[in-house]
Design a protein around this ligand. Structure first.
Ligand code: ANZ
Ligand code: ZN
Length: 852
């Protein structure tokens, strides 16, 4: 009977050994080059999903490979542990958020261990733990003292039922995503971090991030949204007030036919105080929400204020409107040029405002007039006095100089990036270390009083933030006058915690929270891996934090020049799975279906036919998920790990199929059986004495080692797996022809090149091969360079220009010998049989074309 492989006992055995031997403990001081590999840490939601498995396996393969290559590896893990779901669980199940969170962490940590990830758990970071958030409270105080944290009134989406601010993403069709009640716009005093101070650095330093996906760099660039143009000052007719517009197209100033204000522009607000129709209009626009994409799609709406602005360039009076499409950006005020801007055009048509053409296509005459649609392309200035005849770029430069000379305006650069609002009216977050005193104002807490911890006795049955309703927590004494004072009851946005956790890992266990020498050695992270959904916020905030902390000297003199947190970034693809629906249109889980005698899908219990839908990203809502625990139980962790990497490049989506998983499981079993053959061979390996066939195999093995290595380095992990499978096939198909010692040698190499992917079974085989070391810490196999340059080339074979196959031959083969050799390809032999060869075109090392 075939000996089969018992993954359960093998996986348990090696996980235990790794723990006992502290195999993955980070070396604290080392003169080896370092490699810091990091995957985005998970939110402890309760259970891992397949996306996690793929993400963490990707990182684990790199961590293991780099360790085998002799680098000093840091591969830590932690928990992004604050956030809303814990509070919801508290409300729904009457369990304290802390208890819920820590129980989830326990469960998920066990799942991590069962997957065999090479994590140094001594470096674990849990963001809801006071010994983590004490440091961010301290950082916030430093930011506050440096003017990088400030408080301001700002408009927020307010859910009147939940009594909290909602992020734009949490407003669905103008309603709160959970409560379903219409969202109100409310002005709240909120804490902000001055990320805009770093806009220029955040933009310029994108050029340092050569190993980031171009897509992510572009997304950040767009988010920062630098534009250059001018501020232009308009007097208001009949008053001595002025308004300032921001424009990127100052050269179109002669085409201005109205002014647009945002609903939050100071003039709009002051008009609303006396004019009911304006107040009502503003309310109406507010209730539509603040999401920019929605505003762009919405119908243009406005209200005439009855006021006029005087165009400084020609003294014309133009009406001032309040418009829904003017956002709180730039100066919240625009001059509109409907002939050359589609938004202004739509608005002008709707409200009967004239168009003034000031740019014409190059080929048109100066009498060109915009009528049915705006002309937004590049062109030549007309009807614009001193600018006539100039192209747009020259006109822009000229008018900016002129405006500045005349005192009508000034050159201006703007960014779309806004300061980051970090206040949340939530319990389960890090308390903001600020105290309000009636006499002394707004003060940071003394650092020696940190951490300000959350009270544990909170009542979730009351409406709103439990920190506000708690009887004692917020009452304290003023840090300055010692009088009665109250604490800030807002907590930080949880993105605050994730903006610096990667800086914390290396220093866990050190006296300094962000030890300067340790930081100098480990930071930046060499390879970061995570989802594309974090392309902007998390990755931008982290970049900002590193720049701000370095600038404020919080990371020590050694790190003052530190610019970026993540040297290389990889965004992994999603895992997709077919979807299934019941006859009543409800989603059902894959494991709820079976096939009837005609091979039609039916529901296991009800036996009612099931509709198979297309493959979509795994999600709980569509019930097309596969539980990692289940896969580990049926096939083992090695199969799960190998499958999630095998079928697609890491940055592309992966289709989950049962057949695919089966295929990997079968492969691992075949590898196991082949390995047993190698293990049982006792002959000594002597390269000099090998047969020519064995030497050929030996030589090919060298090529595989190198190629697998190159593909792991290039993050082509699916290709590295495919090459491992080829190497297996090579050994398996030649096992009868090569001696036992060569097979044993081949199995040993294969075990090493497979080990980052399937670490448990390979440890077991390594041990059976009589190796004393733990494979996870053994050296990556070295390549025998003497055998690397084999003398074979693959030549494409064509007949009459049509490719019929390819053949591997000696590099120096003569044309005559080659003509004979290609007859070993059956179709070629058939075509050439008994025919007259008219001509042979042979490009050495590449192609042979036979003309008949
Ligand atoms: C006059 C003009 C004429 C404009 C023209 C465009 C075309 P970016 O490039 O995104 O910075 N704008 C300025 N502030 C705005 C606001 N708060 N809300 C909505 N739109 C605003 O965009 C700058 C351009 O967008 C500006 O140039 C302004 O319209 C508009 F033929 O000014 B322009
Ligand atoms: Zn005071």
């Amino acid at each position: 009977m075939e000996k089969s492989y018992s993954f359960k006992s093998i996986e348990d055995k090696w996980q235990k050994k790794w723990t006992e031997n502290s195999t993955f403990k980070t070396m604290e001081s080392s003169n080896k080059p370092k490699y810091y590999i990091l995957e985005m840490f998970p939110y402890p939601s309760g259970k891992m999903h397949m996306g996690h498995v793929r993400n963490y396996t990707l990182g684990d393969v790199l961590a293991r490979y780099k360790k085998n290559k002799g680098l000093n590896v840091l591969h830590p893990m932690g928990w992004d542990a604050f956030g809303l779901p814990a509070e919801n669980a508290a409300r729904e199940n009457n369990i304290h958020p802390a208890k819920w969170t820590y129980e989830n962490i326990d469960y998920m940590k066990n799942q991590f261990k069962k997957l065999g990830f090479s994590i140094d758990w001594d470096k674990e970071v849990i963001t809801c733990s006071p010994d983590y958030y004490i440091h961010e409270q301290s950082m916030f105080i430093d930011f506050f003292n440096a003017g990088l944290a400030y408080k301001k009134e700002s408009w927020v989406n307010w859910d009147p039922v939940e009594n909290t601010v909602l992020a734009n993403e949490q407003v669905v069709d103008g309603k709160g995503w959970r409560s379903g009640s219409p969202v109100e716009q409310k002005q709240l005093n909120q804490w902000f971090l001055k990320i805009t101070d770093f806009a220029e650095d955040l933009l310029n330093d994108l050029s340092l991030l050569k190993d980031w996906p171009e897509k992510v760099r572009n997304m950040q660039q767009n988010w920062i949204g630098k534009s250059s143009g001018a501020n232009i000052f308009f007097n208001i007719s009949g008053s001595n007030e002025k308004i300032t517009v921001y424009t990127t197209r100052p050269e179109t100033i002669f085409g201005a036919t109205f002014i647009g204000l945002s609903i939050n522009h100071p003039l709009s607000i002051s008009l609303a105080e006396t004019k009911v129709d304006i107040a009502n209009f503003i309310k109406e626009i507010q209730s539509a929400g603040t999401l920019e994409e929605n505003i762009a799609k919405e119908e243009k709406k406005g209200i005439n204020t009855g006021l006029y602005a005087i165009n400084p360039i020609n003294g014309e009076e133009i009406p001032i409107f309040i418009c829904n499409y003017v956002l709180d950006y730039g100066t919240s005020c625009i001059f509109a040029c409907p002939a050359h801007d589609v938004r202004d055009f739509e608005f002008a048509i709707k409200y009967n405002i004239p168009l003034k053409t000031v740019i014409k296509p190059v080929e048109e005459s100066d009498n060109f007039i915009v009528q049915n649609k705006p002309f937004e392309d590049e062109g030549i200035l007309i009807n614009s006095s001193v600018l006539n005849g100039l192209n747009m770029f020259d006109a822009k430069a000229k008018i900016i100089i002129y405006l500045a000379e005349q005192g009508f305006g000034e050159a201006k650069i703007n960014y779309r990036l806004k300061d980051w609002g970090v206040s949340r009216q939530r319990y389960w977050g890090c308390p903001i270390p600020i105290i309000y005193c009636n006499s002394c104002g707004v003060l940071p807490e003394h650092k020696q009083n940190l951490p300000i911890t959350l009270p544990m006795d909170v009542d979730f049955n009351q409406v709103g933030n439990p920190l506000v309703t708690h009887p004692t927590w917020k009452h304290t004494n003023c840090p300055k006058c010692c009088g009665k004072a109250t604490r800030e009851t807002d907590t930080f946005d949880t993105f605050f915690e994730s903006s610096w956790y990667f800086l914390r890992y290396p220093s866990v266990g050190k006296a300094n929270p962000l030890d300067p020498d340790t930081t100098k050695y480990w930071i930046p992270v060499d390879q970061y891996i995570g989802g594309i959904e974090h392309a902007v916020m998390h990755l931008l905030y982290s970049r900002f934090f590193v720049k701000a902390l370095a600038k404020l000297n919080i990371l020590g003199e050694q790190n003052k020049e530190l610019k970026e947190p993540f040297k290389a970034l990889m965004t992994q693809g999603m895992i997709a799975h077919k979807t299934y629906k019941n006859s009543d249109g409800k989603w059902i889980y894959p494991n709820e279906i079976m096939f009837d005698e005609n091979n039609n899908p039916i529901h296991c219990d009800t036996k009612i036919p099931v509709v198979i839908g297309r493959s979509e990203k795994m999600s709980k809502s569509k019930k097309n998920t596969v539980d990692p625990d289940y896969i580990c139980k049926i096939y083992g962790a090695d199969t799960a790990r190998m499958f999630v990497l095998s079928d697609s490049p890491p940055d592309k989506d992966l289709e989950w199929t049962d057949e695919g998983v089966e295929g990997i499981f079968k492969f691992i079993n075949r590898y196991w059986r082949l390995a047993q053959l190698g293990i049982s061979s006792k002959d000594a390996f002597d390269l000099e004495k090998l047969s020519s066939k064995s030497k050929e195999v030996y030589s090919k093995v060298q090529k595989y080692i190198l190629e697998i290595e190159n593909n792991i380095n290039g993050l082509h992990l699916n290709k590295a797996i495919a090459l491992n499978r080829e190497l297996f096939n090579l050994l398996d198909s030649s096992k009868g022809e090569i001696g036992g010692s060569t097979l044993r040698y081949g199995v040993k190499i294969l075990t090493q090149t497979l080990s980052p992917f399937i670490p448990h079974i390979t440890e077991e085989i390594w041990e059976s091969l009589g190796e004393n070391s733990i494979l996870s810490t053994a050296s990556w196999p070295s390549v025998d360079a003497n055998y690397l340059n084999d003398n074979k080339v693959t030549i494409a074979v064509q007949i009459l220009g049509k490719t019929k196959g390819s053949i591997e031959v000696d590099v120096n083969i003569s044309q005559e010998d080659l003509l004979n050799e290609i007859k070993s390809i059956p179709v070629v032999a058939k075509s050439l049989d008994g025919v007259n060869i008219k001509k042979v075109i042979y490009v050495p090392k590449r192609i042979i074309n036979v003309v008949i």
